[in-house]
Write a protein that binds this ligand. Sequence first.
Ligand SMILES: [Zn+2]
Length: 243
Amino acid sequence: MQQPRWDDPALSAGTMVRGALWLLQVVGVGNTFTKNELRNAFPNISQVDRRIRDLRDYGWVLYTNSEDASLLAEDQRFVKAGAPVWDTKARREAAPQKSVTNKERLAVLQRDSFMCTLCGISGGEEYPDDTLMTAVVAVTRIHTTHLDGSEAQELITECKRCRAGRNDSDSNVTKFIEKGLDLSPSDLRRLLRWAVRGRRGATEIDRVWSAYLRLPVALRQDAVNRLKEGTSASTRDGPASAT
Ligand SMILES: [Zn+2]
């Protein structure tokens, strides 16, 4: 289906669909827009901001200044287009999956130690390669294809940045194998387990780091001091974990 013009009066489409077309045709991928620009484009539409946010359920990625600290409070960045929602069939196929209940969300966050299962960052942590970005992790339902070819729907914890890049494929198998062979034997075994499972697991140090990040800031220094004293007092090496 051809992409209709966002302001075509003959287009019978709701605000979310027009908003998607406006993002593509007026804002452009990678650019920012303000709440005022959005309201001016859609005068007399109440809660146009919320209609635009609904696009996230269709794989569209929009950042506010809570995800990208270089943005002003009234700015949003259009990071990535998702499903072509103006095409009824595509929209139906991409329709939001069954929503995640609070109980499911908490169980998945705890299973994944509040870390993105793709890159390992914890919620609220700065990205090592981009300190302006603070990770926001969320639980999403994804389709996974396991190594044996079976398909499953699964809940995973992932950060918004990984979610935005999840579908960018890189077919460099040689680079993957070279990097894999550089791993220590125990890390390589762990990686192979993750590959079978289709998502990473938290390692012991990840779990401890995640527990540290969830300590109130005022208690962290004391906790670190006590940890240092504990390690100097006794050297304990537990068995390697199977995560
Ligand atoms: Zn991530």
